[in-house]
Design a protein around this ligand. Structure first.
Ligand SMILES: *[C@@H]1O[C@H](CO)[C@@H](O)[C@H](O)[C@H]1NC(C)=O
Ligand SMILES: *[C@@H]1O[C@H](CO)[C@@H](O)[C@H](O)[C@H]1NC(C)=O
Ligand SMILES: *[C@@H]1O[C@H](CO)[C@@H](O)[C@H](O)[C@H]1NC(C)=O
Ligand SMILES: *[C@@H]1O[C@H](CO)[C@@H](O)[C@H](O)[C@H]1NC(C)=O
Ligand SMILES: *[C@@H]1O[C@H](CO)[C@@H](O)[C@H](O)[C@H]1NC(C)=O
Ligand SMILES: *[C@@H]1O[C@H](CO)[C@@H](O)[C@H](O)[C@H]1NC(C)=O
Ligand SMILES: *[C@@H]1O[C@H](CO)[C@@H](O)[C@H](O)[C@H]1NC(C)=O
Length: 373
């Protein structure tokens, strides 16, 4: 039989999906003077010189890892613990652009239009056996999140604890019971077209360089609200529920000296707000790196951010996003990095590797533009 602990973890597996926090946005700006950089990043109207760059489109890639349950029968019928095989990364090329843009009072509100396309070349490079239409067995989040009454109905229709789907469906979302209009969102947002994003997307508000209320580039609100819905994290304090932190753009150095090649990082740490989960993650400065010849400051996720806090983390390394997702979905870093090693042990998973599974953000040292990886 499944022990209680394993049952708890099994629910987590719903989260099945370990999306690395990282995305890469590479912006290569030509050499510019400091004023030009300031101009380019101080976007406070559609006429600002940096507006086009800010609006996009931007291209980046995101990697998706999915755990395949390989003993479906034993898991469902014989109470075995799930045998998991990590598959991936499945690499997606994403194009994103800001739409419904509105500037007012030192703030900018916009909706991100995103389209994700499976990148066969990059996927094959990183995972030679991974295919776009790989079939994977994961826990069925709708089934698990349903009331007893609905579960009986689902059972009569042959739905169960697990579901076998194509990778592309798990990643981009799928229609669950088309007859009832139930669909399961994917891990990666992909709008059919710009009109859809404008109509159904959630807007975000950021402070601009003109703001006197908040630090530029930081979140001011999501869907017009400056606080996270209390039901998402019932144990959080008002301070913890504040929508805050950076998204993809960070302040750069305040003064550049001529001929200087090294720049000290502006801040020891940054807080990044991941709107999908309504969670803020602290990143701390680690070292200087060069990626594609661009000097950058590398920021890594603070280990302490994964410790139990009884607000968002009840097991070390596992964020409880069930309130936000309205389904038993929990999120961890790939391979439970910085998590409780018993998670890996219980699931017979090898321990994570900081280099391979870590998330970090790199700030372009002499530009105010970000790069995350
Ligand atoms: C930024 O760094 C690159 C690479 O070191 C250098 O070529 C460029 O001149 C720098 N730009 C400014 C504005 O200092
Ligand atoms: C982004 O990708 C699209 C299509 O995938 C391409 O047309 C466009 O030129 C790319 N933009 C940049 C800035 O690379
Ligand atoms: C997932 O596991 C099932 C059951 O073991 C297997 O048939 C299937 O091929 C696996 N999928 C991938 C992509 O490895
Ligand atoms: C895959 O990614 C590479 C590198 O980012 C890019 O040049 C290529 O256009 C992408 N292919 C697709 C199909 O998006
Ligand atoms: C956008 O996509 C939706 C859903 O696929 C479709 O119904 C609509 O006609 C499309 N709109 C445009 C302008 O292409
Ligand atoms: C942002 O979204 C909220 C909620 O949908 C809406 O009330 C508000 O008007 C939107 N703000 C802007 C500037 O479009
Ligand atoms: C979380 O709750 C547990 C059990 O109530 C308690 O032992 C622990 O000290 C709490 N941890 C924090 C960080 O508040």
């Amino acid at each position: 039989m499944c022990s209680k602990k394993v049952a708890g973890i099994a629910l987590f597996l719903n989260g099945v999906i370990l999306v690395a926090l990282g995305v890469i946005i590479g912006l290569l700006l030509p050499n510019m003077t400091l004023e030009a950089i300031e101009e380019a990043t101080c976007v406070n109207s559609k006429d600002s010189s940096g507006y086009k760059l800010w609006e996009g489109p931007h291209n980046y890639t995101t990697k998706v890892y999915i755990w395949n349950i390989t003993n479906k029968e034993g898991f469902i019928y014989r109470g075995e613990k799930p045998q998991l095989v990590e598959r991936g990364p499945y690499v997606y090329s994403i194009t994103s652009k800001q739409v419904n843009v509105k500037f007012e009072k030192g703030q900018v509100t916009s909706t991100t239009f995103e389209q994700a396309k499976f990148n066969k070349t990059l996927t094959e490079k990183e995972c030679p056996t991974c295919r776009e239409d790989d079939e994977l067995t994961i826990l069925d989040t709708v089934y698990i999140g349903s009331s007893e009454q609905t579960i009986s109905l689902l059972q009569s229709l042959n739905y169960g604890l697990t579901t076998t789907r194509k990778q592309s469906e798990i990643t981009l979302g799928y229609s669950y019971m088309p007859e009832f209009g139930i669909s399961v969102p994917g891990l990666v947002t992909s709008h059919a077209n710009e009109t859809e994003a404008k109509k159904f997307g959630t807007n975000s508000t950021f402070y601009t360089c003109e703001s006197e209320e908040g630090d530029r580039f930081t979140f001011a609100a999501i869907a017009g609200e400056s606080k996270v819905n209390k039901n998402f994290f019932p144990y959080a304090s008002p301070e913890q529920l504040k929508i805050r932190g950076y998204y993809l753009q960070f302040p750069g150095v305040e003064s550049l000296k001529a001929c200087q090649t090294k720049y000290t990082p502006l801040a020891k740490s940054y807080e990044l707000f991941i709107a999908d989960f309504y969670l803020a993650f602290p990143f701390t400065y680690k070292e200087d790196v060069e990626i594609h010849d661009i000097p950058m400051h590398k920021y890594v996720l603070k280990k302490s951010a994964l410790e139990v806090n009884n607000v968002t983390l009840f097991t070390r390394g596992v964020f409880d996003t069930s309130g936000v997702m309205r389904a038993p979905i929990y999120v961890s870093l790939p391979r439970f990095l910085y998590g409780d090693p018993s998670l890996n042990k219980d699931l017979d998973l090898p321990l994570p590797d900081e280099e391979e599974h870590g998330s970090y953000v790199s700030e372009v040292r002499n530009l105010s533009v970000l790069l995350t990886d």
